[in-house]
Design a protein around this ligand. Structure first.
Ligand code: ZN
Ligand code: ZN
Ligand code: FE
Length: 750
């Protein structure tokens, strides 16, 4: 991977061990020749394996003997670039400790300079226009290095040797403060002024690495509410930035693994359990006990957080679900109604890049959103792949391009529901195709005819005359998990999520299957139940609850005194009944997500939601940690070789508990235990039938910590091997990888 200081490292290591020869970047590989005493070469190889530069990844090393070349010294040769070859590109990296020291050192020439970077940190992917990675092919080409910066750049012993974005206050980009109309505000120090404005209750749009972030005081409910109103984001949790881990610990419980994630060069948002004494405004993450937190990842953030009086909300600069704004004029136009002031600069962002989101549970790390700090680093596949484009699904979408054994999954693109996101999809795709030299020979997409991504794929296939492969949503989830774990299968696949188009025309969402890259067999699912109103019910879980109760337990349940019917007009209940009786816009679903919604509404946790998964997340948050053994009853019925999990007994028991006054926290816990039981019982049965021990767990439901932990634990107890997503999200952002894996194995290819 270029831009991580690998060649200077080799240079110094060779010289230290008294070796001569050369090192050279080719497209893809690093080639080197070292000449000297065998013992010194052995020592060189040991150190190379043990301590490569922090940002490099060594995939493999091939060694060969050469006749002696009598090299007088060790040299770095000019890069060899072949046009059709590709190179891996580093993600953007959080400011390293050395650069942090410089910006806070009054004696340093980069004191308080917000664009400081070096070979170990700074922008990469967001500024690259083409390969090979040279300053002339980045948005830094507009800035000519001053003699002092050039000296650093040319000095192989310097930390900034060949650091393409190298700059200083003399020669680099500058900050500017403007009002919401873009009129410059004259201040002595933009960062100090911004910190003061934030303390005074203003909302500021700050240009960052991959786009604009909106910042405000995270301890002030009134301001956070105002930000929510302006951003049209009523409840979805907002991320918070704090100065350092010490400050983070005042707000959240943080274990060693979480601390490592916070400090990682990826500079990502980490979901952490909030302390009850936290000073964070309740408006930041309403209804949730977990908070998304990050540390400063650019010099600008470090300087700002050093002066800010409080933790700051730092959320993507966009309205609702639109893509993050990246250009100055675009930001002023789109965010002018949200932000009171803008902190702009004149370094262009080439690629939109949201913050990544991760969480740690027990010994594993789950990626919720894969973007800055992670993409475009590829996923290594357990097989060689042809040149493919997979277009993903709908929500939280990504695309995936494959070549050799590399899957390049795009950074988070967003929900494919508006023209802006489609534009982001297309331009990012164009960029990946160019950077990684991939001209796809085949296109894959979801089965759902209404997805924008499917429609785009159908069109594109027609335009380019390429074969189009449609891949079932939950099968794609399972293949994504398999590829992520570099497993060839077959596996027992368990895909639990909100919605996916089924091959029988129903909405699937709790699919137990036997799968490998060649195909799958559906083996079990939750029984089909009607969702009155279809998509409209997704925002109104009480509708799902009504539909489920009515079809499972009859009309009298709709008359019961249950929280899900409390604030609902009787006329709406009548409409729901009619919709189900006459099968009007009441699609049948086996969705596990809808089951969580129904239970959440039924026991009074959440009746209406404003973001995907809200009802389920709040249900998870209240579940009593100490209730671990109790279960609700359920039945399994086999129809035509497929196990159908019947839910009537579960709902009746749940209602009975509610009516007895059992607290919602306990009911939620028993419900969670029951879902775990259903998953493990089905997995164990399928394992007995097939002798397969690998169980791939995928789909958004596995973002639920309690379900993921408990299922993993119990599968291990049964001597089964749970496969969980490690490098990709288990939610729909991972779908594109699974589609690519499926399409790659289509008959006659590979
Ligand atoms: Zn640095
Ligand atoms: Zn300079
Ligand atoms: Fe899904």
């Amino acid at each position: 991977m270029q831009g991580v200081g690998f060649r200077p490292f080799i240079y110094q290591l060779a010289r230290k061990n008294g070796l001569t020869g050369w090192v050279c970047n080719t497209s893809g590989d690093v080639t080197m020749v070292v000449e000297g005493q065998q013992g010194c070469i052995d020592q060189f190889m040991t150190e190379l394996r043990a301590n490569p530069p922090p940002q490099s990844h060594i995939e493999s090393i091939t060694e060969e003997f050469e006749p002696t070349g009598n090299y007088p010294q060790f040299e770095i040769l000019k890069s060899l670039v072949k046009n059709e070859e590709y190179q891996l590109i580093s993600p953007d990296l959080a400011t390293c400790v050395d650069c942090q020291k410089e910006i806070f050192d009054p004696a340093n020439r980069r004191y308080r300079y917000p664009f400081t970077n070096c070979t170990n940190c700074g922008p990469r992917f967001t500024i690259i226009e083409d390969i090979p990675y040279d300053r002339s092919r980045t948005t830094m080409r507009h800035f000519q290095m001053c003699p002092e910066c050039k000296k650093e750049y040319d000095d192989v012993e310097n930390r900034r040797f060949h650091a393409q974005p190298n700059v200083c206050p003399v020669c680099g980009p500058r900050l500017e403060l403007t009002d919401s109309k873009g009129v410059p505000v004259s201040v002595k120090d933009v960062i100090a002024a911004s910190a003061r404005l934030i303390s005074a209750g203003k909302i500021i749009a700050i240009k960052g690495l991959g786009g604009f972030l909106l910042a405000c005081d995270a301890t002030n409910d009134k301001i956070v509410r105002l930000l929510r109103e302006r951003k049209q984001r009523p409840d979805k949790p907002l991320a918070v930035m704090v100065k350092n881990v010490v400050e983070a610990r005042r707000i959240c419980q943080i274990n060693r693994q979480e601390e490592e994630l916070l400090n990682s060069p990826a500079g990502q948002i980490v979901l952490l359990k909030m302390k009850s004494t936290s000073i964070i405004a309740s408006e930041v993450a309403p209804g949730l006990k977990h908070l998304g937190m990050m540390l400063p990842y650019t010099p600008l953030h470090h300087l700002l957080m050093n002066e800010a009086m409080t933790p700051l909300v730092m959320t993507s600069g966009n309205i609702s679900e639109e893509p993050i704004a990246k250009d100055n004029s675009e930001a002023l136009a789109r965010l002018g109604s949200i932000a009171d002031y803008f902190v702009l600069h004149n370094r262009n962002i080439y690629s939109r890049y949201d913050d990544s989101v991760v969480m740690a549970e027990q010994d594993s790390v789950s990626i919720i959103r894969r973007a800055r700090g992670q993409a475009p680093y590829p996923i290594k596949l357990p097989f060689q792949s042809r040149l493919l484009l997979a277009c993903g699904a709908d929500m939280k979408n990504t695309f995936c391009l494959t070549r050799n054994n590399h899957a390049f999954i795009s950074q988070h693109i967003g929900d494919m529901e508006n023209a802006e996101t489609l534009e982001h999809f297309e331009s990012t795709l164009g960029q990946y195709k160019k950077l990684f030299r991939i001209e796809p020979e085949m296109i894959a997409c979801d089965l759902h005819p209404d997805y924008l991504s499917t429609q785009w794929a159908v069109n594109e296939a027609k335009k380019t005359n390429l074969p189009l492969i449609k891949v079932q949503h939950h099968y794609a989830h399972i293949l994504s998990c398999m590829a992520d774990n570099e497993v060839l299968g077959p596996v027992i696949g368990i895909a639990l999520d909100g919605t996916g188009y089924g091959t029988d025309g129903h909405i699937w969402g709790s699919e137990f299957m036997i799968a490998d890259y060649q195909g799958y067999q559906r083996k079990a699912h939750l029984e089909y139940l009607p969702v009155p109103g279809g998509n409209a019910a997704i925002n109104r879980p009480y509708r799902t609850a009504a539909g489920y109760l009515y079809s499972l337990a009859g009309p009298e349940t709709l008359e019961m005194d249950l929280p899900c019917f409390k604030d609902i007009e009787r006329t709406e209940i009548a409409v729901i009944r009619q919709q189900i009786d006459h099968k009007l816009n009441s699609p049948l679903t086996s969705s596990c997500g809808r089951l969580f919604d129904a239970v959440s509404a039924l026991i009074g946790v959440k009746q209406r939601v404003s973001y995907e998964g809200q009802a389920a997340m709040e249900l998870e948050e209240i579940a009593d940690e100490n209730v671990r053994d109790k279960l609700y009853p359920y039945n399994i019925e086999t129809c035509a070789g497929i196990d159908i999990i019947r839910l009537k007994a579960l709902f009746l028991a749940l209602i009975a508990d509610y009516q007895k006054g059992v607290p919602a926290a306990v009911i939620s816990a028993i419900f969670h235990n029951t879902v775990v039981r259903i998953i493990c019982e089905t997995a164990s049965k399928l394992s007995r039938e097939t002798d397969i021990k690998d169980v791939a767990l995928s789909g958004g439901v596995f973002q639920n910590r309690r379900i993921l932990n408990q299922v993993s634990l119990e599968l291990k107890k049964m001597n089964l091997r749970p496969l969980i997503h490690k490098r990709t999200p288990c939610n729909d952002a991972g779908i594109s990888l699974g589609q690519a894996a499926a399409a790659n194995m289509i008959e006659g290819r590979n």
